[in-house]
Write a protein of this length. Structure first.
Length: 84
């Protein structure tokens, strides 16, 4: 069984208030998930628009705006006939 990150890299997200305290200026900001690992699905590295510093958030602090598409190799694999 494979473990998959809940929010894949390249997904556009908006920061919302969660259980942990955040700086008030971060709430409502938009960014891109650049660090997501199936082994640490409790945190995601997000690069907020207009910043160079990577910030980490929990899954409940992020709202998906635009999901990352399926990689081209996986899309091509879906089009092929399944092996018996």
């Amino acid at each position: 069984m494979a473990i998959v990150a809940l929010i894949p890299q390249g997904t556009r997200v908006r920061v919302q208030r969660g259980k942990l305290p955040l700086a008030p200026g971060e709430i409502g900001r938009v960014g891109t998930v650049v660090d997501a690992s199936e082994y640490s699905a409790h945190r995601y590295g997000v690069l907020l628009d207009g910043e160079l510093e990577l910030r980490y958030y929990t899954p409940e602090e992020l709202v998906v705006i635009e999901g990352a598409g399926i990689p081209p190799d996986r899309e091509a694999a879906k089009q092929r006939r399944a092996l018996p």
